[in-house]
Design a protein around this ligand. Structure first.
Ligand SMILES: [Zn+2]
Length: 210
C-alpha cells in the first residue's frame, strides 16, 4: 500500500501532461485492480447524476484501479464509475487523440469547459459505448474539449483533447451526469442503436438488467 503517487506534470497552459509513461501507469492500476462487469443501458445507475467525490483516500484509489482493470477487459478507451455500478463522479481514460498520441488518466468531479464559438468545430464520427454493447452511431460533437476536475488525491486538474480523445472526454463526462451518447441521438437513430445492441453479443461481462 501507500505507494508514492506523484501528480502529473502540467504544460505551460495548466493542462495535465497525460501522454507520458502511459503504459506503465495504466499497467500499474490494472494489475492492482479487479475487473468488474459493465452495467448496460436500462440500469438506473447510468441514468442519473452521480454523487460528487468528497473522499480522496484508499477506497477511491482502489476504485480507480478496478476501473482501469475493467476498461482493459472490455477493451474500452474510457470508463465512468457508474459503468461498473459505482455512483461516484470519476472517469478513467486510455485513449488516442487524432494524431494517434495516447492519453491516460483519471478525472474526478469533471466539468466540461464552455467552448468559445470559434473553437466549436463539429466532427460527426462514429461513437460507441461499453454500456450499449455492439452498437455504433455517428454523433456530431466538438472536435476539441477541455474539462476541469480533480485527480485521485483531490488536486485541481485540467485535461484537454482533440479528435477522438475530445469525444471521449465529452462522452465520459456525460456518463457522470446520467447521459448516454444514445440520449443525444434522434429517436430513430436511438432505436436503431438499441436494435444493434439487442442483436449483438458483448465480448465482455455485463451486469444483467432486472
Ligand atoms: Zn460510454
Amino acid at each position: 500500500m501507500a505507494e508514492q503517487q506523484t501528480a502529473l506534470r502540467v504544460d505551460d497552459e495548466g493542462f495535465v501532461i497525460d501522454t507520458e509513461d502511459c503504459e506503465e501507469r495504466e499497467a500499474a492500476h490494472r494489475e492492482r485492480g479487479t475487473s468488474r462487469p459493465i452495467t448496460v443501458v436500462g440500469n438506473p445507475v447510468l441514468h442519473k447524476e452521480c454523487e460528487d467525490v468528497t473522499e480522496f483516500g484508499e477506497e477511491l484509489a482502489r476504485l480507480v484501479d478496478d476501473m482501469f482493470a475493467s476498461q482493459r477487459t472490455a477493451e474500452g478507451v474510457g470508463l465512468a464509475a457508474n459503468q461498473i455500478g459505482v455512483d461516484l463522479k470519476v472517469f478513467v481514460y486510455d485513449c488516442p487523440d487524432d494524431e494517434g498520441v495516447r492519453h491516460t488518466g483519471v478525472v474526478c468531479n469533471p466539468v466540461l469547459d464552455e467552448l468559445a464559438p470559434e473553437l466549436r468545430v463539429l466532427d460527426d464520427s462514429n461513437e460507441g459505448c461499453l454500456s450499449v454493447p455492439t452498437a455504433y452511431a455517428s454523433l456530431a460533437r466538438p472536435d476539441y474539449a477541455s474539462v476541469r476536475g480533480q485527480d485521485v488525491q483531490g488536486n485541481p486538474i485540467r485535461v484537454r483533447g482533440t479528435g477522438y480523445f475530445a469525444r471521449c472526454l465529452q462522452h465520459e463526462t456525460d456518463h457522470l451526469y446520467g447521459y448516454l451518447y444514445i440520449d443525444r441521438l434522434s429517436k430513430r437513430e436511438r432505436k436503431d442503436a438499441l436494435k444493434q445492441m439487442a442483436e449483438g453479443t458483448p465480448r465482455y461481462p455485463v451486469v444483467a438488467n432486472d
